[in-house]
Design a protein around this ligand. Structure first.
Ligand code: GRG
Length: 298
């Protein structure tokens, strides 16, 4: 797929996601909670997870309404995780998406509640009237997102992350932590896109998409660790150099910069090979997204 086609597709997809998020995250939530929720979600972020949902749904000719809801739901879970991760009891950060973090802007209690409410809203979006999205598809999407976000996914990975400060980890332990903390939600995004298929996928397609999601999910984190030492805060929109300062194990601290770059490229190749194995005809958007994850600069 040429760059112009991908740029046009992603501009359209991002426009739909921004509009839907703005429509669905309520400004009128009680006592200023809506302001904190909207501050956490709108006008920021690369929206990689929604794009993965929508590109996968496009590859499987998925249900359009379900795919847009799934794209927004996964972004709400991601936004909640960033709000909680930035709080003083976790990473204690003051800058996110180029703005003061939610607890700095609204206070800790409101930030905690905004994260809680965004998580609940994600599952509400996935469960509209059955006339809008078939009930079985709703259940599959909820199960998928819950698994990716919960103890076997993002929250479990965050627990390992917090317990690993100052500890030397092997590459296998680091991979396990990141596959859960960051990889699970990215892989879950691909899986949710696949769940939007309106006729059953072949085992090859399911397996290939799962392997693609795992490779892209880990590549995203390897690149994040590289950017943490090579990019500055203004480009990242978050505090650079945090991991080293907090004595957290990263790919760069465990393997070095050159080996981390080589691993990111290898994971990109694995993502492309996994797509080849799906047997799906229209995986160009997923290919372009893998390229962008590996070569991103923020
Ligand atoms: C609080 C349960 C809980 C989990 C938090 C996501 C997370 C787990 C922690 C964030 C720490 C971090 C910086 C992880 C590295 C990878 C990552 C998730 C980066 C942020 O995601 P991007 O780059 O952010 O997609 P934008 O702002 O573009 O959406």
């Amino acid at each position: 797929m040429n760059t112009t086609d991908f740029t046009a597709w992603s501009a359209d997809a991002l426009g739909q996601v921004e509009q839907a998020l703005s429509d669905w995250v309520p400004a009128a939530a009680p006592a200023g909670l809506g302001d904190a929720m909207r501050y956490a979600v709108l006008d920021g972020g690369k929206r990689v997870r929604p794009l993965l949902v929508l590109a996968t749904a496009a590859a499987v000719q998925g249900h359009a309404e379900a795919a847009l809801r799934a794209a927004c739901a996964v972004e709400l879970i991601h936004a909640y995780s960033l709000v909680h991760d930035d709080m003083p009891c976790m990473d204690n950060d003051v800058l996110r998406r180029g703005k003061p973090t939610v607890h700095v802007q609204f206070g800790e209690a409101q930030a905690l509640l905004a994260g809680d409410a965004l998580q609940a809203l994600a599952f509400e979006l996935l469960t509209p009237d059955p006339g809008q999205v078939p009930s079985a598809m709703q259940a599959d999407l909820c199960r998928c997102l819950a698994r990716a976000a919960g103890e076997a996914g993002m929250a479990g990975g965050q627990a390992i992350d917090l317990a690993s400060v100052g500890k030397p980890l092997s590459e296998a332990q680091l991979r396990h932590m990141h596959m859960l903390k960051t990889g699970a939600l990215l892989q879950g995004s691909v899986q949710m896109g696949a769940e939007c298929a309106q006729s059953p996928l072949t085992p090859q397609a399911r397996d290939g998409l799962a392997r693609y999601g795992a490779a892209v999910g880990l590549a995203f984190q390897v690149v994040d660790d590289i950017l943490d030492v090579t990019a500055d805060s203004a480009v990242l929109g978050k505090t650079a150099g945090k991991d080293a300062a907090a004595d957290k194990p990263t790919y760069v601290s465990v393997m070095g910069l050159d080996a981390s770059r080589a691993l990111a490229a290898q994971l990109g190749d694995e993502a492309h090979q996994a797509l080849d194995a799906t047997g799906l005809a229209h995986v160009e958007l997923l290919r372009a997204l893998a390229e962008r994850v590996v070569n991103r600069s923020n």
